[in-house]
Design a protein around this ligand. Sequence first.
Ligand SMILES: NC(=O)c1ccc[n+]([C@@H]2O[C@H](COP(=O)([O-])OP(=O)(O)OC[C@H]3O[C@@H](n4cnc5c(N)ncnc54)[C@H](O)[C@@H]3O)[C@@H](O)[C@H]2O)c1
Length: 288
Amino acid sequence: MGTRDLEGKVAVVTGGTSGIGLRSVELFVERGAQVVVGDIAADAGKLLEERFDGKVGFQTTDVTDPEAIESLVALATTRYGKLDVMFNNAGAVGDPSTIAELTADGFDGVVALLARSVFLGHKFAIRTFLAQGTPGTIVSTASVAGLEGGWLPVGYAASKAAVMSIVRQTVAEYGAQGIRSNAIAPGVILTPFVSAALGVPGDYADDFTRYVEDEKVFATLGRPGLPEDVAEVAAFLASDASRFVNGVSLPVDGGATAITHNQFGPALYAAAQRFVESKSGATETTTA
Ligand SMILES: NC(=O)c1ccc[n+]([C@@H]2O[C@H](COP(=O)([O-])OP(=O)(O)OC[C@H]3O[C@@H](n4cnc5c(N)ncnc54)[C@H](O)[C@@H]3O)[C@@H](O)[C@H]2O)c1
């Protein structure tokens, strides 16, 4: 939208080499920020660093490793002098097992990737804000799966609900010091994550995006969600324009959670139609 409302800010973005994270990095830089990106995808990270020459620093980071997150947050200060924005975004679906099949280790693995990483992102960012004496803001990518059942497996869903809880607890513990924390709860956003979750091979990810757009399979807003849709909200929450927004988990789902997946409506209407037809048949018989 042509604004420079992140001018002079220093941000850390995890999972910044693909999908929502990548589009957010592009937007943050476009709006004036310097960005440190952490991701397991080392080659893509190095390319990103070269592409933004000086505006983006990359460090190979596995967010399931606490020391790696601490070191990533520290890089913002050593490289760009401070930290203003922490964007906890890295993630994957994790173990797809149902509740009866999921092992304790499988559950722990997803929680480490999606919830513990967000706790640690908060921990090290808040320590940095307190040490530098200027409050910053934290944005975390949750999911509609943390709001409603049935979107994705239990480890994923429980972890995303935990993200929303960490956000609220941050307000309770640090809000008075001016530190903000908010989450975004995306619906279906066409990224490699969605292709993988649906079993579409990575090579077909772009074709698949075009296919679902052509087929118009999304009822809400008549189109699928795109990384851009979430990145715009991340940029808003990272900026001072959202200065009085704190502790919220904002659905960015085109309205999907507002209509309970729209699953019950059509089934109920069809049943009502069958019911009325059966009664009118009965009425006609009685009248005759
Ligand atoms: N796409 C959707 O429909 C959707 C919906 C709701 C929430 N989300 C969430 O959005 C976030 C971003 O996902 P996306 O859709 O952009 O997917 P994506 O696959 O395009 O990007 C995810 C990024 O995270 C990185 N990553 C994965 N595991 C990592 C690890 N252990 N350490 C560091 N980096 C790691 C990947 O390398 C990749 O760059 C995730 O937290 C995901 O759960 C996505």
